[in-house]
Ligand binder design. Sequence first.
Ligand code: 26Q
Length: 768
Amino acid sequence: MINTKNLYKDICRVLKARHGVSLKDATPHMLAEAVAQASLLQLGDDWTKSRQKLEKQRFAAYLSAEFLTGRAILNNLLSMGVMEELKELLAKKGVDINVLEEEKDPALGNGGLGRLAACFLDSAATLDKPLMGYGLKYRYGLFEQRINGFDQTEAPDEWFTQDDNWTVRREELSVTVPLEDGEVKAVPYDMPVVGYGTDTVGTLRLWQTESPDEFSFALFNDYRYDEAILNKNRAEDITRVLYPNDWNTEGKRLRLKQEYVLSSASIQDILRTYERTHTSYRSLPECAAVQLNDTHPVLAIPELIRLLTEKGVRFETACGYAQRIFAFTNHTVMPEALEAWDMKLVESVSSRIAAILRRLDRRSKRLYGLPLIRDGRVHMADTAVCMSYAVNGVAKIHSELVKTQLFPDWYARFPERFQNKTNGVTQRRWLALCNPELTKLLDDIAGGDFVKDLDLLDGVKPTAKAAKALGELKKTKKQQLSRWLKEEKGLDVPPEFAFDIQIKRLHEYKRQLLNALSLYDIYMDIKEGKLKDLPPVAFLFGGKAAPGYARAKAVIRYINALADRVAADKDVNRRMRICFVPNYNCSAAEKLIPAADFSEQISPAGTEASGTGNMKLMMNGAVTIGTWDGANIEIAQAAGEENEFIFGARIEELDSIRETYDPKQIYESDERVKRAVDSLTDAGFPDEDGALKELKTSLLEGASWHRPDQYFLLKDFASYREARLKAYRLYAQDKKAFDMMCLKNVLAAGFFSSDRTIRQYCQEIWKI
Ligand code: 26Q
């Protein structure tokens, strides 16, 4: 356990040593740095011990191109169990601990998949499970989103120029990664993952690429400076920037290099650990499990085989080991998101890896009758399924789709490999850290340390008194959010409104456009004097569009244009408000989620693998307005269907109408639909490049690559309106009943702790 007074003393010492200032004169920036360094000092022994322990037993490695960790300082203070006492010690010197919120939020991930990886590390450390995270240390994280007029623009996010206080460079553990155009050096930077209420400190190891001979002396002495620089850049380019998931990475050589560096460096590291205590590779599968977070690190499979065969292991033996070491998680059913690399490209990055992939393809055809390479492209998901002992989806419905839609042939051959692991989220960050008010309430009514074990909420009686208290504290969280929106983003959102929130990456399948079109419909109704029984509602959106994704960007334009229209309309703006929160990220989520009354989870059935924002919102007492999709289903089942507002076509129905679906018919016959869809072109919203018009075309005519309205916005439009009106009316007419629904959601959130998910991975996949 960390002693707060010692930590405090170290903070003061670091400030003196590095800046020559005392606590009360430190800038927030100095303080952030000092807290990090003092924490690392205090955690040092525990961290070393945890690592030694991990290396002595069977462990699991979580390979992921993304770890969306969020801010570290306050989270780590919480996990170290020093938050309250340190807060008081600092306050005595006139320092508000909340100045540490100025820490920059490292955006080393796109969204759900990266955040899930971070939640998993937190849970594993808390449960004392030996799990090591392996990722990449991008110099630029996901771009910073700005709103210019109504449109998104992107700015680079250079996260660690100032705030890289938590990684420790481990020069001595550097490895060399062979690439076709020369070797690069991969240097690991370790980040501690502090378990909550335990001495375990896990490790997130992030690789950064550098030139193997930093100055390329030979070239330098030859006065060939530009060549020397070129080499340096060629290496450093690899981990320079995180790719946004626009799924248009066809032919992106640099992305493939990233994936290979992550794979190679991590596997080399794992083998090195193993070799310290073993002389043969026979027991490698008993010592390590390697979880592949989607296909991004799948080159780890041929890389392991390459390294083992180069050490003298027979090819077939190495394949057998791989098939007992690797496990694969799929995170999406979108066909366009399944990675398939051109073999010529692979060849140009690593001819050895290309050769092994071809051999694996022949082996797969021979043994299982199933190819891995088709039309000259290697299918990463097929490779993963072929070479793994376990394959899992991330929610019940999704794991069924993985079997029946994505890999039916593999499922027929290896049914025993296929599993489900419904996602979860860590209640440390997503409850204790972001919502201390609710945490306090639960302390009072649940007792026990549910921050450590969320299942303690299971048997708790939902009383009217607790429901009321929840309603009251939500008011506080809304006031805090409203203030933050004003101060940080310059946005006006009245805190006394109901808050309806949709926060997630912008994507057509997530249907932010359905939400916005439905808001246009509600807006026009209110303007016409209808819907007088609705409470005032603020509709908040947050999310980034991939820079090359024109339609997603058009949706942002439409939302902002509509927001502007509504705010300026005196007939309506006391009844509704629309607000697009720029630069949605982890820290914004921590503000938004505790203030939500309604959680928008409106993907068409069968498209959202799981969702995890839905869980965070539920845990904080929002009710779901959602479709029968992803983890929404399990959320509704856990909290009771009567405590959510479920709408829309189910998957069977969508499957049966897909071929004959005619959205134009709905457009022609439903006046509300027509009015809303026409607003894209006829409401006077600025649309110089015709992007809004193209949205309308995509709904009514389709495009060369898809049917009209491929995500069934018009199909679900009416039932969506009905569900949301019912939800808002309950809020207005029976706040007691509404608060009770919220409370029942909170109390049912135990299952959605990533602690439960990690326990299942440990028992059913990793055997640790
Ligand atoms: C791929 C190739 C090239 C460049 C980028 C990518 C790429 C990067 C990130 C592709 C996909 C992603 C991220 C996917 C993702 O976040 N999926 C979400 O995963 C969550 C955790 O399982 C689920 O809850 C969500 O339903 C799913 O959408």
